[in-house]
Design a protein around this ligand. Sequence first.
Ligand SMILES: [Zn+2]
Ligand SMILES: [Zn+2]
Length: 272
Amino acid sequence: MWIDSHCHLNHEKFLTPHGVAAEIEAARAAGVDGMLSINCQIVAEFPGLLSLVEPLPNTWCSIGTHPHDAAQEDEAAITLDELIARATAHPKIVAIGECGLDYYYHHSPKEIQQECFRKHIRACLATELPIIIHARDADEDMIQILREENPHQKLRGVMHCFSSTPKLGFAALDLGLYISFSGIITFKKSQELRDFAAQVPLDRLLVETDSPFLAPEPFRGEMNRPANVARVGEKLAEIKGIEPAEMARITTNNFFTLFSKAILNKSQEITA
Ligand SMILES: [Zn+2]
Ligand SMILES: [Zn+2]
């Protein structure tokens, strides 16, 4: 059994005639029994995301502002107290994020991204919810903020869709964070990433699709879906020299250790 630790089920690409329930059926057929659907905009997106996942079995969500959207007026207006209140308001909310720093696209000014990221870390420390971190081309500032805001290393969380330098990866491991790999690890050009993955301890590994983006090989260029998380896990198993079934067991176990609010229910049926 695999768990997709990061997807975007409310993305318009999943609004097919058969809808999200069909994606979940397809995922189950591929051995993917659970998924965490990630929030990027608290004001515009979160209410719809929560009502989407609410009736879906073994499907959870996060809440948070993506660094791309940090400068949006209504997102920037959310105070720390408000974020804490919203994050603890529903049992389906199992994490805070995705939040972080993205200096590659730079859709929001750096200073505003940093302020927003710090707010999310503080909310995690206050609620004991794990953090989902998005990091791109921002290694130095990412390491500095994580160290400054988390001096006692109480923060639990994951570097999602990890594709940064090994330097950031090892710093995150030192801080106790998990590393989640996506379809990028299957791409031909990603040898440095595979070399880093080989050094990540098994008990810190997660797998994700980040669907509908980043389809793994051999589906690269197509729309990605949670069912494909097994391709990511199989590549990771190959890198680690273990059987895919063992990797599935390990990463699923890690998922429920980190996202401890997520409870697997084997008997639940889709009611939507
Ligand atoms: Zn991301
Ligand atoms: Zn994402």
